[in-house]
Design a protein around this ligand. Structure first.
Ligand SMILES: Cc1cc2nc3c(=O)[nH]c(=O)nc-3n(C[C@H](O)[C@H](O)[C@H](O)COP(=O)(O)O)c2cc1C
Length: 172
C-alpha cells in the first residue's frame, strides 16, 4: 500500500445505483467493530441502513444530506451513555479507510437534528447519533462534475492548509 494512502482519501458524494456486496458490507462492519475505544469500553453500536426508504427518512435529520440520494448504505455509529466522540470519530474513520480499500466511496454526514435522528433510528434513551457515513460505489463522472462545480462556487474550500500553518512543534 502506498504510504500516502490515507492522505489521498477524498469524500465521495455520488454513487452508482448498485447495492454494496454482502462481503464488502461485512468488512466495513468488522472494521468498525474492531476499532479501539477508550479503556476498550466499546460504549457504542452501529446501525446499518441499506433500505432506501429508511435512508430517505434519515435524510430529514441533517442539513447537508445530499449524498443520501444515491447512497447504497448508511452506517450510523451510535454513542452509548459512557461513550465519547473521539471513539465515534475513530470508528467512522475505520469505516472510511476500509471503504477506500474496497473501492467504495464514503462521506461523513452530520445529523444536525438529533431528535429527528433519534426518532428515525428508534434510539433508546442514553444512545446518541450525531454523525454517520454514506457509502456506495463511486459514480466517478458525477463526482468529478460536482467537484468542479464546488471549485467554481467555492462553497466548500478544497485542499488543505499548508503544513506550516497547520503544524506546531513542542508548543503552540
Ligand atoms: C464531522 C464531519 C461532518 C461532515 N458532515 C457533512 C455533511 O453533513 N454533508 C456533507 O456533504 N459532507 C460532510 N462532511 C464532509 C466534509 O465536507 C469533507 O470532509 C471536507 O469538505 C473535505 O473533503 P475532501 O476530503 O474531499 O477534501 C463532513 C465531514 C466531517 C469530518
Amino acid at each position: 500500500m502506498r504510504d500516502d494512502f490515507v492522505s489521498r482519501i477524498r469524500v465521495t458524494r455520488n454513487y452508482l445505483d448498485r447495492p454494496l456486496a454482502a462481503e464488502h458490507l461485512d468488512k466495513l462492519i468488522r472494521a468498525a467493530r474492531w476499532t479501539g475505544s477508550s479503556k476498550n469500553n466499546q460504549a457504542w453500536s452501529l446501525i446499518v441502513i441499506d433500505d432506501r426508504e429508511q435512508i430517505a427518512r434519515l435524510a430529514s435529520a441533517g442539513s447537508f444530506t445530499g449524498p443520501f440520494a444515491t447512497a447504497a448504505a448508511v452506517l450510523v455509529p451510535v454513542k452509548g451513555s459512557q461513550g465519547n466522540d473521539f471513539d465515534i470519530g475513530r470508528m467512522a474513520q475505520s469505516i472510511i479507510v476500509t471503504a477506500e480499500l474496497l473501492g467504495i466511496g464514503a462521506c461523513p454526514i452530520t445529523l444536525h437534528n438529533k431528535d429527528r435522528a433519534r426518532d428515525v433510528l428508534g434510539l433508546p434513551k442514553g444512545q446518541e447519533a450525531h454523525w454517520c457515513v454514506s457509502l456506495g460505489y463511486p459514480d466517478v463522472a458525477a463526482e468529478e462534475a460536482a467537484r468542479e462545480e464546488r471549485r467554481r462556487s467555492g462553497f466548500i474550500p478544497s485542499g488543505r492548509k499548508p503544513a506550516d500553518e497547520f503544524v506546531h512543534h513542542q508548543t503552540w
